[in-house]
Design a protein around this ligand. Sequence first.
Ligand SMILES: Cc1cc2nc3c(=O)[nH]c(=O)nc-3n(C[C@H](O)[C@H](O)[C@H](O)COP(=O)(O)OP(=O)(O)OC[C@H]3O[C@@H](n4cnc5c(N)ncnc54)[C@H](O)[C@@H]3O)c2cc1C
Length: 373
Amino acid sequence: MQNDPKQVDCIIIGGGLAGLTLAIQLAKNKRSVLLMEKNSYPFQKVCGEYISMESWDFLESLGANLGELNLPKINQLRVSAHAGFAIESELEMGGFGIRRYTLDHRLAELARETGVEVLENCTALDVELTNGIYSVKATKGTFNATIVCGSYGKIDPSFVERKGHGKGKYIGVKYHIKRSFPDDLIELHNFKNGYCGISKVDDEQYCLCYLTTTKNLNENGNNIKQMEQNVLMKNPFLRTYFSESEFVNEKPIAISQIGFRKKTTCQNHVILLGDAAGAIAPLCGNGMSIAMRSSKILAAHLDDFFTQTITKQELIDRYTKDWNGNFSFRIKTGFYLQKLFGKRLTTLWMLKLLNKTPKLLRKIVRMTHGEKF
Ligand SMILES: Cc1cc2nc3c(=O)[nH]c(=O)nc-3n(C[C@H](O)[C@H](O)[C@H](O)COP(=O)(O)OP(=O)(O)OC[C@H]3O[C@@H](n4cnc5c(N)ncnc54)[C@H](O)[C@@H]3O)c2cc1C
């Protein structure tokens, strides 16, 4: 491949976990990579910050050195219904807690050390393909590449037009808090039209993050505090956490228009990975692992493409087949599970059933998780 300074092997749009881990793998394979991220590291992101253990070895293999961070290992689950009825279970594989502020920053530094050109504060505005060469117009200039990958997350940038994909109806809100809470526990508390998770992360903090509908917020005067007071705090667990914790930042970070489903692996000739290709409902707690695993699958096929073992069409076909085989079922399961949560009676009925059949609960958790990669 040509390494003209103005044409790199691969441009990656979006520097979250999918984009950063793809960039590092390609750079390790001696490919020239330019990664565009619209924010500048480190920055906060709405996310429950519980990563299923399936990703630990992969992150270590890239050089993330997670071991030195003394991260909490989480292997207990508690789920409550609206009025506080709760069930508990062990998590077979479990996970670990780390702030995205810490992890994304660490991976961005690692990407740079590996040779990736990381352009921060750089928003991709348009992608064109002319005579087999991609050209990405961005706020910091126009850049050319042999391949462009899109890892821009759940919300499509303005240059992507997808038919039949309206705006998602969910909002996500996240705080970091300090309080007394077990290191090894993740809790998921239901409230009307939503659920809220809490678990430990790095720096002696706890992530308190919830998902609910835009409608819920609208019905509470578009006021997050009012909604928390009127809706979330009806759950006795959440009443305690919201009223008796030290909030690291008083104001939460929030995102809107989120939807959860499989989208597509290639759009306007851009190969998609992470949430851009399809997002799983957060209650499954493994969107981050799916994002990173998709980067590993794609990196292998890209390597075959760059060594001219396969054509671009074969690259897209093989990646799409692997993506569907690995994630379609998990994302569908998460979609239907999410429908059961948030509704008062359905949630209570389901938790009572799972309380009597712990094997079923373990099976459901297994259906949404993958093996180590
Ligand atoms: C409320 C909530 C809770 C969650 N909790 C968990 C959890 O506990 N565990 C878990 O595993 N998953 C969780 N998830 C899912 C998880 O956050 C995502 O699956 C994961 O972040 C996907 O990574 P990604 O790299 O695909 O996207 P992202 O991490 O969203 O990264 C995309 C990046 O692209 C950048 N970008 C976007 N557009 C452009 C552009 N035009 N130009 C340049 N840059 C751009 C963005 O700034 C962003 O940094 C949760 C999601 C939500 C909504």
